[in-house]
Design a protein around this ligand. Structure first.
Ligand code: NDP
Ligand code: OXD
Length: 306
């Protein structure tokens, strides 16, 4: 079995060492133009040339959860796409989102500013019941984040495409229940895949439905957010702030207003990083399962876009 490695922005050597140790029977190689045919490939942002030169590929293993960039390529119809399914990302996402929600709710940003001025002053405690958190997306990451937030006793709402049941979460689904979900939320967390149905979902019409003093946390993709709509709602005072990890253009350009906006916290697409060892172990398990003809989790439905 030949397996190509074609991952932009990743040093191949440590990946290949781990993959060879996990699957000694396979022949792993770093793809270069003109390389011989492979059965499977491990990819991140591969060029179209890679796909075009490898018509016999059976599976693309994406070393991330989101496949929006991969699905923009011209892929042969029978090629199966497999995304990372947690692999250590869910707990990181839970940490990031809980941190952002709690920092806002407990006003730790204000305390940080006070401390910088050596000022000892208290804020009035706020009622948790007045900070319902709505999660757009109740998949592998969204449901883990929902459970973590529920542990802190925030009221948690969730929205998915199909009906879901998550302990401690009031669940909504489908376009018909989106407005009710938004009206029930004050903090909004986006954990949707970027698809034609979800692009631009964080727009003025939807964000304006959040409860007054709304707060936006986008940890999914920059294409979900209409940036100028967020800025307008922050400046009009309907929204209290935002924590943003993903952007339409990454790295976020130096001159972008988000960098200096007093109500916006920016992080560099780091909320849940791909962990090499966990990812290698998961991909090796899945390659083993496929060769035994067993089903695997994380198969992407290319028609649906995630
Ligand atoms: P999943 O595929 O497991 O979950 C996706 C969720 O979104 C599901 O609940 C799904 O509904 C819901 N959904 C999809 N389309 C719609 C729609 N049209 N309407 C309503 N709900 C919809 O994905 P993950 O949880 O693993 O990852 C989510 C995203 O997080 C990734 O696609 C990626 O873009 C982003 N991500 C960002 C990272 C970062 O570092 N910032 C790191 C990792 C991922 P249903 O349950 O009905 O299928
Ligand atoms: C992912 C990401 O999709 O890192 O895994 O954004």
């Amino acid at each position: 079995m030949r397996i190509a490695f074609c991952c932009t922005d990743h040093k191949p050597e440590p990946w290949l060492a781990g993959l060879r140790a996990a699957l000694p029977e396979a022949d792993f190689f770093v793809w270069t133009p003109g390389a011989p045919a492979a059965d499977h490939a491990i990819v991140w942002s591969p060029p179209q040339q890679f796909i075009d030169e490898q018509p016999g590929l059976r599976t693309l293993f994406n070393i991330g959860a989101g496949v929006d960039a991969l699905l923009k390529l011209r892929l042969p119809p029978g090629l199966q796409v497999v995304r990372l399914d947690d692999a250590g990302m869910a707990v990181q996402m839970a940490e990031y989102v809980c941190h952002a929600v709690i920092r806002h709710f407990r006003e730790f940003d204000v305390y940080e500013a006070d401390a910088a001025q050596a000022r000892w002053s208290f804020r009035k405690p706020r009622a948790r019941a007045e900070f319902p958190v709505g999660l757009l997306g109740l998949g592998v990451l969204g449901s883990r984040v929902a459970q973590a937030l529920a542990q802190f006793e925030f009221p948690v709402k969730g929205w998915s495409r199909t009906p879901r049941a998550v302990d401690g979460v009031e669940c909504f689904h489908g376009a018909g229940q989106l407005d009710a979900f938004l009206a029930a939320s004050r903090v909004l967390v986006c954990l949707l895949p970027l698809t034609p149905d979800t692009a631009g979902i964080l727009n003025r019409a939807h964000l304006a439905r959040l409860q007054p003093g709304g707060y936006v946390i986008n940890v999914a993709r920059g294409g979900h957010l209409v940036e100028e709509d967020l800025l307008a709602l922050l400046d009009e005072g309907h929204l209290a702030g935002a924590t943003l990890d993903v952007f339409r253009q990454e790295p976020l350009p130096l001159e972008h207003p988000f960098w200096r906006h007093p109500k916006v916290t920016v992080t560099p697409h780091t909320s849940a990083r791909t962990l090499r060892d966990e990812s290698i172990a998961q991909i090796a398990r899945k390659i083993g399962a496929l060769s035994r003809g067993e089903p695997i989790a994380g198969l992407v439905d290319r028609g649906r876009g995630y």
